[in-house]
Write a protein that binds this ligand. Sequence first.
Ligand SMILES: C[S@@+](CC[C@H](N)C(=O)[O-])C[C@H]1O[C@@H](n2cnc3c(N)ncnc32)[C@H](O)[C@@H]1O
Length: 289
Amino acid sequence: MTATADSVFLARSEGISAEGVRDQYADGKAAKVWEIFIGDKNSRTDNYKNFLVDLLRQKGCKRLLDVACGTGVDSIMLLEEGFELVSVDASDKMLKYALKERWNRRKEPAFDNWIIEEANWLTLYDDIQDHIKDGFDAVICLGNSFAHLMDSFGDQRGHKQAITNFQKCLKPGGVLLIDHRNYDNILETGSTPAKSLYYNTSHTADIKTSVLFYCGKPTLVSMDYLIEGNKLSSEFRLSYYPHELKRFTEMLLEIFGAQAKHKLYGDFKDMSLVQNPAFYIHLVERIRS
Ligand SMILES: C[S@@+](CC[C@H](N)C(=O)[O-])C[C@H]1O[C@@H](n2cnc3c(N)ncnc32)[C@H](O)[C@@H]1O
């Protein structure tokens, strides 16, 4: 049997079962904190919101698939901006908050029509087949979510399977927007910038970072988050596969085709304007046949 990095190291907070999909959010701790400290729907930074909304409008997108909707923060922001959303996530603990918001705002047509499903990227195309129709204008996978998917076989087959599913959900000419932290820098320095670029949070956060090398390769990065404020304090651990920029870009083009249009952004800016960003955001277009 092949041991994998996440089987030799505790990749999630203690007490979380690892059965089925490895839902690192299953104890509800991070989900609760997301709502209170990080993911309030009005607390997205203007930089982030303007980047995302302007880019989707420039590309003429209307129907979007949010494949890592979590508590629904991005989806809610995009619904309020007039986009149509199908939002999915593998964690019912995270989805609970999105479902609650849909119910509370059900009298608004955009929320009444909002589709929310539980789905896993590895089986996504089958999981949501009825909702794909002619394909989405855009698939978004944001908030460093994709890095949660581990490399269980050491050859990135799961990563490729998930990205193939994202591509299959797009209409020809549709775009995938997917991000990851700057793991090249995390591997070099052993630390993660704690300041959030995505949220205007007034709560202090510290992120203690550990890197696990397995068979000589960096295979797993664990981040222990400490979030404090308003007399509340929360700690949780989340783990990630460290996607290096060059390899991640190659993998996207292997799946979308070498001719596919690909553009890279750093911290929501053109790469010419930013050095050593905390986040990379890739935009890749499905070739029109
Ligand atoms: C860091 S949260 C981000 C949520 C949201 N995009 C945000 O920025 O607030 C990552 C989300 O990815 C989801 N996720 C991780 N692995 C997944 C998988 N294999 N299939 C579907 N969702 C997954 C988790 O359940 C979690 O809700």
